[in-house]
Design a protein around this ligand. Sequence first.
Ligand code: PLP
Length: 384
Amino acid sequence: MSDQQSKAIAKSLVPEYIRELKIYQAGKPVDELAREKGLTKITKLASNENPLGPSPFAIKEMTTGLWNLHQYPDMHAYKLKSALSKLYSLKMENIILGNGSEGIMAYIARAFIGPGDEVLTSENTFIGFYIIARSVGAELKMVPLTNDYRFNIDKLIQGITEKTKVIYIANPNNPTGTYIKKEEFDKLMTKVPNNVLVVLDEAYFEFAKAFQDYPDSMDYRYDNVLTLRTFSKAYGLSGIRVGYGFGNENLITNLSKVKLPFEPNLIAQLGATSALNDSPHLERTLKNNEKLHTKTFDFLTEKKFKPIKSITNFITWKTGSEEASNFLFQELLNRGVILRPLKANEMPDYVRVSIGTKEEMNHFYEAMNEVLPMYDKKYGRVEL
Ligand SMILES: Cc1ncc(COP(=O)(O)O)c(C=O)c1O
């Protein structure tokens, strides 16, 4: 068969909205980078992971669990759901689990969204959700962020139409680290029709919860709100892919119908359950982040950048141009520090750094101190 014929077959089989999607580009693996650049020390500050790693108890439980890998996992994930329901005083019927919170986003798309439905969200937010919504043929409607880089609630309210099916809000937002406040969430909910689903993505909840005006969605009981959270960030378990969602029982039941039965897998269930029970590890994580977040924010400010105020485990700042972002990214890469340039989030003139350990952040500060004299000559600073 000729290439042309096989392309024609794919074209007839694959809906246009899938053909138009772009394949997700992950960052370069650390080992590959080390080989290519001849580096011995690599500090990855690009994916907002927990620099302290997983809870030691979770590692122990998961290691023991390896002996049971010939068996299917508990499809009801009883232990993990019980631990979550105890922690948040919820019924098990209100909880859905999945392969990361992105796994649950995929269930949401499968269960609730179809071709032609409108999904309303913001520009410059988590691109995983854009891809998932487009993969089921949804029409993405995006409103700009506010001038201070936050979800613009007034613009979202104005954007609601009869076709709106889902409103997606990342709170706090990635890649800006900003958040909508309680009063803004209340205002939005007075305007959202009951037949529109609000997906509140709280991937960075654990970092944000100490802020008084942050709306912890557990304090609300709306029948059309689904909250998503994850073990990938503060719990340090990105590698095993576990996320959880809370919502009214009728929504959760319908999501469960399209869920793959044995997600999360056996090891993931064990790891997540023990991570939830290891609150000292979570405390250490939050303390490390708090201290080094402030230090890194001050470092960037001292260097005359204007970092965006973030309540998460990452900080984003403006470089002023895509070229300046790429320069910073490449020069830090040459010194073994991996940042995240934000072109994919339509913020090519910004870069993001995740908060690591003290040693990792020292590596970042040193590399920045080496690079900045060159950077200054080429680009200087921009006004925000
Ligand atoms: C806002 C937001 N939501 C969801 C995710 C994905 O999380 P998970 O690993 O649970 O799929 C991320 C990961 O970076 C994120 O930043």
